[in-house]
Design a protein around this ligand. Structure first.
Ligand SMILES: Nc1ncnc2c1ncn2[C@@H]1O[C@H](COP(=O)(O)OP(=O)(O)OP(=O)(O)O)[C@@H](O)[C@H]1O
Ligand SMILES: [Mg+2]
Length: 423
């Protein structure tokens, strides 16, 4: 029998709407209160007036020591709430969680750090909270600072840090102070690509050292690479908890029968706001720009259309899409700047619609996820693949080939029909 690190029994958390979430950095709380507010309006319209919401309910599971568990699910599913309960930041309304080991946690940007204290003081404060001796912290101090790359700002109050610096230090502290159980919520959304890679590497190292990691993320590639188990949460309940990590991520991305995923994404107005290319619509259409009936046959051509609002033209703008097969394998990226420069579609200010053709008989029968990707080349992402980018879906059935032999789905990720001749 393997040792258990965490055991949850019928865990539940009910929030009263309108309750403040607190916290020094409150962009998250702001979004949460907006959501709560909208719900209240919606419920008033429907006649009912529930003043409370179950963020998590009836959640039971066991996590053996040494496992890396990816926690995934849509916004508002209860992922952060679960970590907050496990780290004792909030108390459960019902049920209980038993934790066997010392917990280090990195929940949202800010929790656990005192804004008025300097970077140096916060490292010691967090070590003390974790129950470490001063000499133990001393011995890890240089390593933490080097990892976080904040040497120059050690004696600056952390409230003056950029969110990236703040996050780097917070992650370094959580990962280096040798907790037996490490809880990490969405760190990878902050920080540049190089630091994200470092974090993933560090979590892997922590896990290899036999410690337990719970990792909330919207980055399915990271979850697949890193985790030995995955838990899918939806509407406050566990939909699936399994060692088949790819299976769980597939259930999430492609819907588990409950959330039919669409072929069109429309910006509600507030997302991905930026001056260079604010996506307004992202859609699979036919040659004439009409919605394609799904599933589509493999011998029809599909077009990916991206409509955007441009306030400022930047020559480094690269936008396109990434396409993934059903199990999450990336098939390819396509950018409007892939061809020689004079062929790039001209992008001016105002509304622009770009489109690109997916050739017929190129993909295979199955379901594909298409993600909008884009950024300023070599500078920054505007919408980052597997992190913040919107997704749409394409389903193909039939029309695979004109050959009498090959009417069925073929083995492999792609099923192109290519010419053959006798030489
Ligand atoms: N302090 C709070 N007061 C009221 N409602 C809350 C509070 N914290 C969370 N909620 C609500 O509980 C539900 C679950 O929230 P939670 O933050 O756990 O979701 P999440 O899965 O982490 O989402 P995301 O992917 O957006 O981070 C949401 O409906 C949220 O609005
Ligand atoms: Mg969350």
């Amino acid at each position: 029998m393997s040792e258990v690190a965490i055991q949850a029994e019928r865990l539940g958390k009910r929030y009263r709407l309108g309750e403040s979430t607190g916290g020094a950095f409150s962009y998250k709380s702001l979004r949460e209160s907006l959501t709560a507010g909208l719900r209240r309006i919606a419920s008033r319209e429907s006649g009912a007036a529930p003043a409370e919401v179950w963020a998590l309910r009836n959640v039971s599971f066991e996590i053996p020591r040494g496992e890396v568990v990816g926690i995934i699910g849509p916004n508002g599913a209860g992922k952060s709430t679960l970590l907050k309960l496990l780290s004792r930041i909030t108390r459960p309304t019902e049920g209980r969680a038993r934790i066997f080991g010392r917990v280090g946690s990195l929940l949202e940007v800010g929790t656990g750090f005192h804004p008025e204290l300097t970077g140096r003081e916060n490292v010691y404060l967090n070590g003390a909270i974790l129950g470490m001796l001063r000499s133990e912290i001393d011995s890890r101090f240089d390593e933490i600072v080097a990892f976080a790359e904040v040497e120059r700002f050690l004696d600056t109050p952390v409230k003056r840090y950029s969110s990236g610096m703040y996050m780097r230090l917070a992650f370094a502290v959580a990962a280096h102070l040798e907790p037996e159980i490490l809880l990490v919520d969405e760190v990878l959304a902050v920080g540049d690509a190089a630091f994200q890679k470092k974090c993933l590497g560090k979590m892997d190292e922590v896990a290899r050292g036999g410690r337990t990691v719970l990792f909330v993320s919207h980055n399915m590639n990271a979850v697949q690479d890193l985790c030995s188990r995955a838990m899918l949460l939806r509407e406050g309940g566990i939909k699936r908890y399994d060692t088949d990590v790819r299976g769980v991520t597939r259930d999430y991305l492609f819907g588990d029968g409950e959330a039919p995923a669409g072929q069109r994404w429309i910006n509600p107005g507030t997302l991905h706001d930026n001056p260079y290319f604010k996506p307004m619509r992202f859609e699979v259409v036919d040659q004439e720009g009409r919605p394609v009936a799904m599933p589509m046959r493999n011998d029809t051509e599909a077009w990916i259309e991206i409509e955007a609002e441009v306030r400022s033209v930047d020559p480094a703008l690269t936008v396109g899409y990434a396409i993934y097969a059903e199990h999450g394998d990336l098939l390819y990226w396509s950018y409007q700047t892939d061809v020689e420069e004079r062929q790039w579609p001209e992008i001016g200010t105002g509304r622009t619609t770009l489109r690109s053709r997916i050739p017929p008989r190129w993909l295979n029968e199955g379901r594909y996820r298409i993600e909008l990707i884009g950024g300023l080349h070599f500078r920054s992402w505007l919408f980052e693949p597997s992190v913040s980018a919107p997704s749409i879906f394409l389903t193909i059935q039939g029309g695979l080939s004109d050959s009498p032999y090959w009417m069925q789905r073929r083995p492999g990720l792609l099923a192109p029909t290519l010419p053959w001749e006798k030489s």
